[in-house]
Write a new protein. Structure first.
Length: 114
Protein backbone atom coordinates (compact mmCIF):
# COMPACT_ATOMS: atom_id res chain seq x y z
CA UNK A 1 0.00 0.00 0.00
CA UNK A 2 1.32 3.46 -0.86
CA UNK A 3 1.38 6.52 1.41
CA UNK A 4 0.32 8.71 -1.51
CA UNK A 5 -3.26 9.99 -1.36
CA UNK A 6 -5.73 8.27 -3.63
CA UNK A 7 -5.97 10.23 -6.90
CA UNK A 8 -9.76 10.18 -6.96
CA UNK A 9 -9.97 11.35 -3.35
CA UNK A 10 -7.58 14.21 -4.14
CA UNK A 11 -9.65 15.28 -7.18
CA UNK A 12 -12.85 15.07 -5.12
CA UNK A 13 -11.29 17.29 -2.44
CA UNK A 14 -10.19 19.90 -5.00
CA UNK A 15 -13.64 19.91 -6.66
CA UNK A 16 -15.47 20.16 -3.32
CA UNK A 17 -13.32 23.13 -2.28
CA UNK A 18 -14.01 24.87 -5.61
CA UNK A 19 -17.78 24.28 -5.28
CA UNK A 20 -17.72 25.61 -1.71
CA UNK A 21 -16.00 28.81 -2.90
CA UNK A 22 -19.03 29.59 -5.10
CA UNK A 23 -21.74 28.32 -2.73
CA UNK A 24 -22.69 31.88 -1.74
CA UNK A 25 -23.74 32.70 -5.31
CA UNK A 26 -20.52 34.34 -6.41
CA UNK A 27 -19.82 34.85 -10.07
CA UNK A 28 -16.52 33.84 -11.65
CA UNK A 29 -13.50 35.68 -13.01
CA UNK A 30 -10.68 33.90 -14.88
CA UNK A 31 -7.19 34.91 -13.80
CA UNK A 32 -6.78 38.71 -13.99
CA UNK A 33 -9.43 39.20 -16.68
CA UNK A 34 -11.87 42.06 -16.21
CA UNK A 35 -14.73 39.85 -17.48
CA UNK A 36 -17.08 38.40 -14.85
CA UNK A 37 -18.90 35.19 -15.82
CA UNK A 38 -22.03 33.44 -14.61
CA UNK A 39 -21.17 30.13 -12.91
CA UNK A 40 -22.22 26.70 -14.16
CA UNK A 41 -21.11 23.33 -12.85
CA UNK A 42 -18.98 21.67 -15.51
CA UNK A 43 -17.68 18.12 -15.76
CA UNK A 44 -14.07 17.84 -14.63
CA UNK A 45 -11.76 14.87 -14.07
CA UNK A 46 -13.16 11.61 -12.68
CA UNK A 47 -16.74 12.84 -13.19
CA UNK A 48 -16.30 15.53 -10.55
CA UNK A 49 -18.20 18.79 -11.04
CA UNK A 50 -16.33 22.09 -10.94
CA UNK A 51 -17.59 25.66 -11.20
CA UNK A 52 -16.82 27.11 -14.60
CA UNK A 53 -17.94 29.89 -16.92
CA UNK A 54 -21.56 29.32 -18.01
CA UNK A 55 -20.64 30.44 -21.53
CA UNK A 56 -18.09 27.60 -21.66
CA UNK A 57 -15.28 29.94 -22.67
CA UNK A 58 -12.06 27.97 -22.81
CA UNK A 59 -9.80 28.02 -19.78
CA UNK A 60 -6.50 26.55 -20.90
CA UNK A 61 -5.99 23.24 -19.12
CA UNK A 62 -8.85 24.07 -16.77
CA UNK A 63 -6.53 24.91 -13.93
CA UNK A 64 -8.73 25.00 -10.81
CA UNK A 65 -6.66 27.94 -9.57
CA UNK A 66 -7.36 30.01 -12.69
CA UNK A 67 -10.93 30.85 -11.67
CA UNK A 68 -11.73 33.13 -8.75
CA UNK A 69 -15.05 33.99 -7.09
CA UNK A 70 -16.19 37.53 -7.86
CA UNK A 71 -19.14 39.33 -6.27
CA UNK A 72 -19.42 41.80 -9.14
CA UNK A 73 -22.21 41.68 -11.72
CA UNK A 74 -21.87 39.41 -14.75
CA UNK A 75 -20.25 41.34 -17.62
CA UNK A 76 -19.68 38.50 -20.12
CA UNK A 77 -22.01 39.08 -23.07
CA UNK A 78 -22.30 35.36 -23.82
CA UNK A 79 -23.21 34.54 -20.21
CA UNK A 80 -25.75 37.37 -20.18
CA UNK A 81 -27.39 36.03 -23.35
CA UNK A 82 -27.58 32.55 -21.83
CA UNK A 83 -29.25 33.74 -18.65
CA UNK A 84 -31.53 36.40 -20.13
CA UNK A 85 -35.21 35.51 -20.44
CA UNK A 86 -35.83 38.45 -22.75
CA UNK A 87 -34.88 38.57 -26.43
CA UNK A 88 -31.87 40.64 -27.45
CA UNK A 89 -32.31 44.38 -27.40
CA UNK A 90 -30.97 44.90 -30.90
CA UNK A 91 -32.90 43.82 -34.00
CA UNK A 92 -30.74 43.59 -37.08
CA UNK A 93 -32.08 45.08 -40.30
CA UNK A 94 -32.48 42.23 -42.76
CA UNK A 95 -33.49 44.27 -45.79
CA UNK A 96 -33.17 47.92 -46.73
CA UNK A 97 -36.32 50.00 -47.36
CA UNK A 98 -35.94 49.64 -51.17
CA UNK A 99 -35.71 45.85 -50.97
CA UNK A 100 -38.83 45.59 -48.79
CA UNK A 101 -40.97 47.23 -51.51
CA UNK A 102 -39.72 44.99 -54.35
CA UNK A 103 -41.90 42.00 -55.34
CA UNK A 104 -40.71 38.59 -54.19
CA UNK A 105 -40.33 37.34 -57.81
CA UNK A 106 -37.48 39.76 -58.52
CA UNK A 107 -39.41 42.70 -59.93
CA UNK A 108 -42.05 41.24 -62.21
CA UNK A 109 -40.95 43.23 -65.30
CA UNK A 110 -40.59 40.18 -67.60
CA UNK A 111 -43.53 39.09 -69.73
CA UNK A 112 -45.11 36.08 -67.99
CA UNK A 113 -46.36 34.60 -71.31
CA UNK A 114 -42.99 34.54 -73.06
Amino acid sequence: MSDEPDLYAALATIAAAARAAYADGSNLRVRSSGIVHEVAMTKWFADERMPGPACMVGVSGWDPGAAHPDRGPVTCRRCLKLTSAEPGSEQLTLFGADEQDAPADGGGTADATA
